[in-house]
Ligand binder design. Structure first.
Ligand code: A2P
Length: 282
């Protein structure tokens, strides 16, 4: 993100009423998120405990001995004593080191063999040490979740699984599996992404242009974005919409003064294309 834009956006978001902040070391702006939180605490607008910060363990840090030092580094950058939630960002590991995307001479990612269960045990130790209030995962499929859930001696289950989720990718099977196991689904790209061709499959049409979302929005004097967000929260999916625009940051918060009927929920569910915007091809 351009220098300072994350700082400004987080401050506007906190003033607007947002309390859940989804971040990651790999976004390279955690220092600005931390600064925004500190400034709002100093202003007396919030207390630390009002904020729910989710941080993420990057794929080059899966070896168990790297997990706690990596979280400690994040905490230092954020100027916080703990994160509310710490999650494994991806189920696949990359070669440890300074390169975020370590590549070989042919430009191929260099993977690394680690045991996700061992990584999970190191995550559990971070919770025991009070560095993370809760621990979870991201981009895990059912098989990977089962690996953790069936781990002998499991101390803490993942509380959440952050995955792509929106009206064009509704994740019915994973949502049901997670419901059965009390795992909250946190939906990323709830507005259908910024359509950046470097990491987004733009052959799938833009979500916010969808006629059904727009028609339902008209009825409630809401935008397609607000309808998409309302749809997710109404089916129990946590949403983390991203915006750097003050007006849209506020717009995305105005979703608690209307509700969708059962028929409208079904109509939106029927938009599912089972196609991801974020293919994570690496
Ligand atoms: P911007 O930062 O200019 O607002 P997602 O959360 O699905 O990844 O979507 C993020 C993208 O959606 C960003 O490009 C963001 O752009 C845009 N966006 C965020 N909120 C809205 C909104 N209410 N209406 C239209 N576009 C939005």
């Amino acid at each position: 993100t351009p220098k300072g834009s994350c700082l400004e956006s987080v401050k506007i978001a906190i003033d607007t009423g947002y309390r859940h902040i989804d971040g990651a070391f790999v976004y390279c702006n955690e220092h600005e998120v931390g600064q925004a939180i500190q400034e709002k605490i100093a202003e007396g607008r919030i207390k630390r405990e009002d904020i729910f910060y989710c941080g993420k363990l990057w794929s080059t840090c899966h070896p168990p001995e790297l997990v706690r030092p990596t979280l400690e580094k994040t905490l230092k950058i954020l100027q916080l004593d703990y994160v509310d939630l710490y999650i494994i960002e991806l189920p696949m590991a990359f070669k440890p080191g300074d390169a975020i995307y370590p590549k070989d001479e042919n430009g191929k990612i260099i993977y690394h063999e680690t045991d996700l269960c061992a990584t999970w045990e190191a995550m559990e130790a971070c919770k025991d040490a009070g560095l993370a209030k809760s621990i979870g995962v991201s981009n895990f499929n059912r098989r990977q979740l089962e690996m953790i859930l069936n781990k002998p001696g499991l101390k803490y289950k993942p509380v959440s699984n952050q995955v792509e989720c929106h009206p064009y990718f509704t994740q019915p099977k994973l949502l049901e599996f997670c419901r059965q196991h009390d795992i909250v689904i946190v939906g990323y790209s709830p507005l259908g992404t910024a359509r950046d061709e470097t990491w987004v499959n733009v052959s799938s049409p833009p979500l916010l242009k969808d006629p059904v979302l727009n028609a339902i929005g008209k009825k409630y004097n809401k935008t397609a974005a607000q309808v998409a967000l309302r749809f997710s929260i109404q089916r129990g999916v946590v949403v983390i919409p991203k915006s750097f625009n003050p007006q849209r940051i506020r717009e995305n918060f105005q979703i608690f003064d209307f509700s969708l009927t059962e028929k409208e929920m079904k109509e939106i569910e029927a938009l599912n294309k089972n196609v991801r915007y974020v293919e994570l091809l690496m």
